[in-house]
Design a protein around this ligand. Sequence first.
Ligand SMILES: C[S@@+](CC[C@H](N)C(=O)[O-])C[C@H]1O[C@@H](n2cnc3c(N)ncnc32)[C@H](O)[C@@H]1O
Length: 323
Amino acid sequence: MSPNPPHIPVLLNEVLAALFPLENKIIVDGTFGAGGYSRAMLENGASVIAIDRDPNVEQYANKLKDEFGDRFTFLSGNFSDIDSLVDENVDAIVLDIGVSSMQLDEASRGFSFMRDGPLDMRMSASGRSAADLINSLNERELSDILFAFGEEKRARRIAKAVIDARKTQSITTTLELANIIEETIGKNPKGNHPATKSFQALRIAVNEEFNELVKALFFAEKKLRLGGVLAIVSFHSLEDRIVKRFFASSKAGSQGSRHMPVAVEQIASWSNIAKPKKALIEEVEKNPRSRSATLRFATRTDAPARELNFQNLGVPLSKRGAL
Ligand SMILES: C[S@@+](CC[C@H](N)C(=O)[O-])C[C@H]1O[C@@H](n2cnc3c(N)ncnc32)[C@H](O)[C@@H]1O
């Protein structure tokens, strides 16, 4: 690895251990980023098909292509399209969901309330930006997103302040929004910035992150061969809950409900569901981003793949379809 990687991979040893042995395996790295995971897998003898929706990561992919030739393929796109992007059945699929350091640190991407930039937050640099949402959603819609995706208890007050502010002028920069939030709810006694939760919520909404995750989980179930491993690193409790329930919901008989008991006992799609893994203190000291990361992984059985289903996974706002 280069001395100053643009993004330090999180829980890398734990992810590699989940996939061990790697030699001659075909692995999908669905969140390529700066290629930290891909590189380690390639160095351990695997072939890697990498996916990322951020056009800026292609420079890192080209470097791996030069070094590892045919063992490395990069596909630009969303990991929720894994079914159509990847033709073959594979041995493992890994997702390290969240924002890369390159995205956070580059002011022009608009992810950070610490740096002034356009209120953008689009990982793929296309589609609706955070400014589009902030200036077009009504008060209720905005409040719902801040509450459901950011667990922001003061969502209503923030939404009202945003609607009032934009009557005079559109809100177009990260610092404008961060200042409106700080003026409305004040500084946080715990020290983190008062806009933290609202920015998380907007980022999730702009990039439809829950929608992407749920689709990827079900399509991974389809794409993995018998004995293949699905490993997911998530960065907040809402995502982790979805992954946990997804694996658990495939257990025999667990898809029924009080209203519709299971008629036929089902075979679970996943076995060896590992206990969640967190970063060791040594890693957290070197890379504070790893503090909130959780790794979950499981092994694919030969049960038929389930159909895409958003129910019972705890996806916020999914009942109203606003993902
Ligand atoms: C935390 S970084 C991954 C870092 C990587 N593991 C490494 O070691 O460098 C997450 C990456 O996933 C990408 N990403 C997030 N959601 C995605 C999606 N739905 N489809 C494709 N790429 C996505 C982001 O653009 C970002 O580059």
